[in-house]
Design a protein around this ligand. Structure first.
Ligand SMILES: Cc1cc2nc3c(=O)[nH]c(=O)nc-3n(C[C@H](O)[C@H](O)[C@H](O)COP(=O)(O)OP(=O)(O)OC[C@H]3O[C@@H](n4cnc5c(N)ncnc54)[C@H](O)[C@@H]3O)c2cc1C
Length: 388
């Protein structure tokens, strides 16, 4: 196969999304000649723009904790280091608890969270009422509070990472769909798009919910199944809380829901449908708002007069156990999966991107080994992550 030298790279990333763009930034900084391809016209037009912006290291899996602690460092110091306002807000994450079941579940993962360096505690109802003014106090037991977590704007941050990646020499090509990962002798040699062909010894699968379709072109089946989630944003009101609130209790047709107030005073919120709505349909439903709003207003009655400005529906690239898939493919050399980020791809992006760059340059750290073990494409998918 003849491919022009100018289309020759050391690494090609499929997808300019939550994972692809920060990965490109890390590869560019490591001096790797990198091309990013995306079918959309600009960065972040897949699922990144559907994220509401929550960033936490409060997980139960050591790999997720470590990757997100690094992400938190990057998000929280970005403006100071590089001058772009990405609307970072250090409000922490709060999981208020009203039932012994959630209390026991959250307390049982505290030891592992603390072991891996998280600043988190189970606090009493008074502290929860300070962090979430106006929260329903009836039968409130307490909850976990992790003050170093926060939020930022997915649109502003992906564009900041994009500019940074380009300044580090990474090339981006938009409006090109990858039709084929080209494999010869069980080894990646490049990709073919609807416009051109490009060669590289490494192809990073950062295609999110489309990963399964992409990898099938290389004869590989990976367990990434999209399911849909809706989000919404209200009109702005005077800021009165900064934390992300996560209510783990199930409700009719739903599991947990979560919300926070951004720097403009708008409340952003989501809910986890139960059972999951598997598929790629992203038309908004009439179920979401009544379902989530009744639960939110019961928890925090002062939200009741807020008007919702916009609703959207996007996809989680789900895996069977709720953990990401990050690792080299064993059957096709040079194919590196960085996908299956479920509901946490935005927060995992910068931390995971650096791990990918160190894998490509052959310099993984001891922490990376912990992350890679938990995120291995070849792990046993039988055990679910507690806070997925
Ligand atoms: C309502 C909602 C709220 C959410 N809130 C949060 C949150 O608060 N915090 C958080 O961390 N996460 C959140 N998420 C999850 C987050 O949005 C995803 O986990 C994340 O965006 C996935 O990142 P990704 O890079 O894997 O996929 P994407 O961001 O979708 O990027 C993949 C890219 O690959 C491109 N692509 C795929 N296949 C091809 C191909 N063959 N050719 C060319 N291009 C291709 C796509 O166009 C896309 O741009 C939320 C999601 C939803 C739906």
């Amino acid at each position: 196969m003849t491919v022009m030298m100018m289309n020759d790279y050391e690494a090609i990333i499929v997808g300019a999304g939550s994972i692809g763009v920060p990965t490109a930034m890390a590869l560019g900084e490591a001096g790797v000649k990198t091309l990013v391809l995306d079918k959309h016209a600009s960065p972040g037009q897949g699922q990144n723009k559907h994220a509401i912006g929550g960033i936490r290291a409060t997980h139960s899996d050591p790999g997720k904790i470590l990757a997100c602690l690094r992400s938190l460092e990057i998000f929280s110091s970005w403006e100071e280091k590089f001058g772009d306002n990405i609307e970072w807000l250090k409000g922490g994450y709060t999981f208020p608890v009203y039932r012994r079941k959630e209390e026991a579940a959250l307390k049982s993962i505290l030891p592992i969270q603390k072991q891996f360096g998280l600043n988190i505690d189970f606090v009493g109802p008074e502290t929860i009422r300070e962090v979430i003014p106006g929260i329903n106090p009836e039968e409130l037991i307490g909850g976990t509070f992790s003050p170093d977590d926060g939020s930022a704007s997915p649109l502003l941050s992906i564009n900041a990472f994009y500019r940074h990646a380009r300044a580090a020499g990474v090339q981006f090509r938009f409006k090109e769909e990858i039709k084929q990962i080209i494999v010869e002798n069980e080894k990646v040699i490049g990709v073919a798009t609807d416009r051109d062909q490009y060669t590289a010894a490494v192809v990073v699968d950062a295609a999110g919910p489309r990963s399964r379709k992409l990898c099938k072109t290389a004869g590989i089946d990976i367990p990434v199944i999209p399911d849909s989630h809706e989000g919404a944003i209200t009109e702005p009101v005077q800021p009165f809380f900064t934390t992300m609130v996560v209510d783990l209790r199930p409700g009719p047709g739903s599991k947990n829901y979560y919300f926070y107030q951004n720097k403009h005073g708008q409340i952003l919120f989501c809910i986890t449908p139960d059972p999951p709505i598997v598929g790629t349909d992203i038309r908004e439903t009439s179920v979401f708002l009544p379902q989530v709003c009744s639960r939110m207003v019961r928890l925090l009655p002062r939200l009741k007069n807020l008007r919702v400005r916009r609703v959207w529906r996007g996809l989680y690239p789900m895996t069977p156990d709720g953990s990401p898939i990050l690792g080299w493919n064993r059957d096709v050399r040079g194919l590196l999966h960085a996908t299956g980020m479920c509901g946490q791809g935005y927060m995992l992006g910068p931390g995971a991107g650096e791990v990918v760059a160190r894998m490509v340059t052959g310099k993984p750290t001891a922490d990376d080994q912990v992350i890679l073990e938990g995120f291995s494409p070849y792990r046993n998918y039988g055990k679910e992550e507690a806070l997925k």
